[in-house]
Design a binder for this molecule. Sequence first.
Ligand code: NAD
Length: 488
Amino acid sequence: MDWYNPSDTDIPKGHFIDGQFMSFNDDTAVDVICPSTGKAYAQLNYASADTVEQALSQAHQAFRAGTWASMAPRERAKYLFKWAELIEKEQAYLAQLESLGSSRPYHEVLQWDIPYVVDCLRFFAELSDKHGGYVGATQQNRLGMVISQPYGVIGAITPWNFPMSMLMWKVGPALAAGNAVVLKPSEMTPFTSVYLAKLAVDAGIPANLFNVVQGDGKTVGQAICEHSLVGKVTFTGSTATGAAIMSTCAIKGPKPSTLELGGKSPQIVFADADIEKTARTVAKAITGNAGQVCVSGSRLIIHQDIAEEFSQQVMAHFSQLKTGSTWEKQTTLPPVISAGQAQRIESIVSQSIAQGAELLCGGDLISQGGSFFTPTLLAVKDKANCAVREEIFGPVLTMQTFDSDEQAWELASHETYGLAAGIHTQNIQRALTGMREIEAGSVWINRYGRSFDHIMPTGGFKQSGIGKDVGVEAFQANLKTKSVLIDF
Ligand code: NAD
């Protein structure tokens, strides 16, 4: 049984610039592959340098025109609320388009992604008029004001794993703070972004304020990052790309950037945890979206006394998952985004075994049109094992055991990443010690994963990122501070 017929889906064409879908004479046309079938379902023209220039200059004009930036913030919020309403209204189509082109199952997009995107947008809309500056302590015959104002054009670059949610992390706060935006979505999942931009214009947001250009990272993404009209870059993706973007921003600016990068997050399970509930949580945290989540709980760190029983329960959950297309009702384990990524997962698992890991279950790449990877559990003794060190971005969980709290914290600490961590225990003292001890931007105790509490900022420590998305911090990050002195 299918939720919808994939061949019935209308694909929005081209870039979205100045309120219109546009196809230019851009040279490169590439196939866009459906992860569920492994076949092309559309073609994408990568933006030429002229197209990028046009999008940026439209956004710049929109900002300079001042209609948006100088509008009363409360008014601006009304347009953003209207946009949220239109996204809700078109949720069935958006869910179809998102699930066709990505690894997100249709029903999950409807139940999670769309409400998340809409809620996140409303959160930022509400912040539009809830910030301000302050008056500094200056000498008596002087007034010192610290005010904030938008950057101008924000260059936004997003990954393929949650295309609409990642867009809203960037565009929601940027627009709410009064900026214009040029977005480049991942070339692997390009289409929901242009449709969201169209809905923004339908909501009455100025046509040239939010523009989307399609293309790859190395040319189109880079062209955005290095352009002098871009006041700030906001990026979500891998650590390697984040480093390249930061370097572009430094050399061609310098200009600021917010970077949300990779992770290798631990889930620490103590012997006093609720085993049944925690096993379910741990299994879900590594198999959701087939492990293609930046905060996937990919390293199980477990007390040795419960490791055997706990791992059996995790594997029992793994065995219940069903692979399938994103539009099939029975699918609980969606495809890996591409055949290349599936092969990379397989290769890391093989290397890990060659380096001494014990394969407890899974490890199979299934090619049935799309590429699927069976949920995998690897028992690892050596912290230097590649499956512990590298972000795999697939349903692969490593298991390491400890026999003291100190050893648990030591194993949890990762040499490279610090995005998120889970602690499972009934002991409040232990939980709070871990909360302080662990170097990660988000710590979840007796739960795992983000929630709809958009007040909670998200972002990484170490090489997992710089700056925050979501929360008041993300809104503030779209404003720059100005000092004003007046003598009287
Ligand atoms: P990626 O880094 O390969 O690509 C991300 C985006 O950057 C794409 O749009 C790509 O075209 C663009 N890009 C690539 N090279 C570029 C360059 N030189 N200049 C400008 N743009 C460039 O990442 P991906 O494979 O799409 O996404 C998966 C990664 O994203 C994982 O590492 C995951 O952990 C990370 N991620 C992090 C978070 C977070 O909140 N920290 C959230 C989601 C995904």
